[in-house]
Write a protein that binds this ligand. Structure first.
Ligand SMILES: NC(=O)C1=CN([C@@H]2O[C@H](COP(=O)(O)OP(=O)(O)OC[C@H]3O[C@@H](n4cnc5c(N)ncnc54)[C@H](O)[C@@H]3O)[C@@H](O)[C@H]2O)C=CC1
Ligand SMILES: O=C([O-])CC(=O)C(=O)O
Length: 341
């Protein structure tokens, strides 16, 4: 009893210290820039980042419509100052001093398209934005949302290498929506409280390259092989499920904004020195033979602190891992080739 009272009092002392340091303004200043901020993901993501007390400056950039989004979000009475920037001429100002850049710029899918069908348009957009990041905020963490993520992250890496500022610890493909979906679908089948669920998702972010590891899901549940196969397929097809339901009006935006805000928050916590922040992300990696791979990553003051290994896989997951490698490899090579042509 004495020990638990001690634990309680030290926890509440920590909380009040945190509260005091926050109110005295010692939470670090952090500038977050969203590129593509007026889009379907960009707008709700701007809202969620405005609600995040770790952000002191929120920079909203797009090629159109940012003044309205910035004026709207800027009226919310939370910590960050919001500024909207529109068009190429304002990109430098949008990026200068950014600690974290989130990129949901680019076109979304329509029914019948794969993410790779977006390559021709989005690769060029990502290339230009990354050239600007290299110039104006070379030390920022970059959260890449624009599809096809399996290729846009390698494109970003090549552009950064050419600019001589590439730091593999600072570049992330955002695969959090796959984790969010895997948790939701698993909780439904396992009949466990969704808030308690954890499921790592590895590989990449398209079709079979998305590999949820339900064998490592917690809380554990005794689900049959058929159910696990169906859960895996639903997670892999989650994006397509939304694209079809939206019937030509785009892809996931609200759940993506939620996932993007979760991942950005984890990055900011890491930058601020919060220990043991672990999220899945598509990063430069040596845990398989592929140069980029999504897995659990420990986040820290410099971005990626550690790429965690995959842990034990079921036979079904081992097969899934081998099956995803050719597609992921060719998407990576396509990105590298594009950036260097
Ligand atoms: N990583 C993931 O899990 C997910 C990725 N996505 C991807 O996110 C991207 C954006 O999706 P939505 O927001 O639904 O599309 P959207 O079309 O609603 O918005 C995209 C925004 O990007 C802007 N934009 C275009 N070119 C730009 C440039 N050069 N600089 C700055 N902004 C530019 C547009 O003006 C528009 O406001 C798509 O590529 C989509 O496939 C979508 C859902 C999940
Ligand atoms: O499916 C799409 O095109 C958008 C996306 O990446 C997702 O929802 O996971």
């Amino acid at each position: 009893m004495f020990r638990s009272a001690l634990v309680r009092s030290s926890a509440s002392a920590k909380q009040s210290l945190l509260r005091r340091s926050f109110s005295s303004g010692s939470v670090p200043e952090r500038k977050v820039a969203i590129l593509g901020a007026a889009g379907g993901i960009g707008q709700p993501l701007a809202l969620l980042m405005k609600l995040n007390p770790l952000v002191s400056s929120l920079s909203l950039y797009d090629i159109a419509n940012t003044p309205g989004v910035a004026a709207d979000v800027g009226h919310i009475n939370t910590r960050s100052q919001v500024v909207g920037y529109m068009g190429d001429d304002e990109l430098a100002k949008a990026l200068e001093g950014a600690d974290l850049v989130i990129i949901p710029a680019g076109v979304p899918r329509k029914p019948g398209m794969t993410r790779d069908d977006l390559f021709n348009i989005n690769a060029g957009i990502v290339k230009n934005l990354c050239s600007a990041i290299a110039k104006y905020c070379p030390h920022a963490l970059v959260n890449m949302i624009s599809n096809p993520v399996n290729s846009t992250v390698p494109i970003a890496a090549e552009i950064f290498k050419k600019a001589g500022m590439y730091d593999e610890k600072k570049l992330f493909g955002v695969t959090t929506l796959d984790v969010v979906r895997a948790k939701t679908f698993y909780a439904g089948k396992a009949n466990v409280p969704v808030a308690e669920v954890n499921v790592p998702v590895i590989g990449g972010h398209a079709g079979v390259t998305i590999l949820p590891l339900f064998s490592q899901a917690t809380p554990q549940a005794n689900l049959s092989g058929d159910v696990l196969t169906a859960l895996t397929k639903r997670t892999q097809d989650g994006g397509t499920e939304v694209v079809e339901a939206k019937a030509g009006k785009g892809s996931a935006t609200l759940s993506m904004a939620y996932a993007g805000a979760l991942f950005a928050d984890a990055c900011l916590k890491g930058l601020n020195g919060v220990p043991d922040v672990v999220e899945c992300s598509y990063v430069q990696s040596t845990i398989t033979e592929l140069p980029f791979f999504a897995s659990k990553v420990r986040l820290g003051k410099n971005g990626v602190e550690e790429v965690l290994d995959l842990g034990p896989l079921s036979d079904f997951e081992k097969e899934g891992l081998e099956a995803l490698k050719p597609e992921l490899k060719s998407s990576i090579e396509k990105g590298v080739k594009f950036a260097n042509q």
